[in-house]
Design a protein around this ligand. Structure first.
Ligand SMILES: [Zn+2]
Length: 333
């Protein structure tokens, strides 16, 4: 009988906790989960008119410098007097990438630059036969480890900086720390005023989940000043829209708002000692810790969403994850 009563008690406590959790989950988050509520996508963020027959959208942003967009991934390539220099090889573009190059030139692809090692950006690289592959040492080291035939090992590597001068085009490759991941480089054409850096800033959108799963948040925050110290009119970020200098500035401001909001929320609960005390006295430490993290992230999220709604698409979807990651970061670093 006593056993039976205990079971009932445990079951009702579980149901009650579920309801409390639902009631206390930030409204936006809960409604997003149910699919009932989303902010409308601002018109300026609605994506490029990808030709459904071709599978890409192409735009010449400077003389011989082409922005290329598929359904999910963006990249660029440069047609020089001698040959083509391609950046990345997203499998989501696949054959359409080669077709896009052929649409504007019949020159051979002499170089393929890897922005970083992630397969969603370079997993079609094996199809760029005969091109020399340029990448950061860390990218080469990761790819040597992966042994993925779709991502051939780079043939030219560098540590801090490397310059490509091909057929009258000047391209500067530089490394500024891991940020998004080891080996993720900035690709800059100063004469064309075009900057490319992948998976850092998402023009007119917010980054996807947890700052696009940035491996080193401190380096991630620092990278914005590095980019903005250069002069450029076009920015290519690998996803979202073709961007501008102002778009990178906006993304930096959004990221700083999250940092400020997360730190303020963390300080408002009395720091790690208070949180730890509450967690230690609860029946399940993890539930209490996660509940505390979500509450702090919710506080941070609300102010940021209010400010950026209508300007950055997806602000209602992923701000919570950025805030939660940043609260965690504030606790540990
Ligand atoms: Zn990536």
């Amino acid at each position: 009988m006593k056993k039976h009563l205990t079971k009932i008690l445990v079951a009702s406590t579980a149901i009650l906790s579920l309801w409390v959790a639902i009631l206390l989950t930030p409204a936006n988050d809960f409604l997003s989960l149910t699919g009932l509520y989303h902010q409308p996508i601002p018109e300026h963020a609605e994506g490029h008119p990808v030709d459904p027959g071709k599978g890409y959208y192409i735009e010449e942003v400077s003389d011989g410098v082409y922005f290329l967009s598929g359904w999910s991934h963006n990249t660029m390539f440069v047609v020089t007097d001698e040959s083509v220099i391609a950046v990345d090889a997203p499998p989501s573009l696949g054959e359409a990438y080669l077709a896009a190059i052929r649409e504007v030139t019949d020159k051979p692809v002499s170089h393929l630059i890897y922005s970083h090692s992630h397969s969603d950006h370079i997993g079609f690289a094996s199809q760029f036969e005969g091109a020399s592959i340029v990448a950061h040492e860390a990218t080469a080291s990761i790819l040597r480890d992966r042994q993925d035939p779709q991502r051939p090992i780079p043939t030219v590597t560098f540590d801090e900086a490397y310059t490509l001068d091909v057929g009258g085009k000047h391209i500067e490759l530089t490394y500024h720390g891991p940020a998004h991941g080891p080996g993720n480089i900035a690709i800059y054409l100063p004469e064309d005023k075009v900057m490319t850096m992948i998976d850092i800033a998402f023009p007119k959108w917010v980054p996807i989940h947890e700052f696009a799963v940035a491996e080193d948040l401190d380096a991630y925050y620092k990278i914005y000043d590095v980019l903005l110290a250069k002069e450029f009119t076009h920015f290519i970020g690998g996803h979202a829209m073709l961007g501008s200098y102002q778009d990178v500035k906006d993304q930096q401001e959004y990221a700083i708002d999250i940092k400020n909001g997360a730190v303020a929320a963390y300080e408002s609960v009395g720091g790690l000692a208070k949180l730890g005390e509450r967690a230690a006295n609860s029946p399940n430490t993890y539930v209490t810790v996660n509940f505390g993290l979500n509450r702090m992230a919710g506080k941070c999220e609300q102010a940021v969403v209010d400010k950026w709604a209508g300007k950055l698409a997806g602000v209602d979807v992923f701000t919570h994850s950025h805030c939660k990651r940043m609260v965690f970061h504030a606790m540990t670093d």
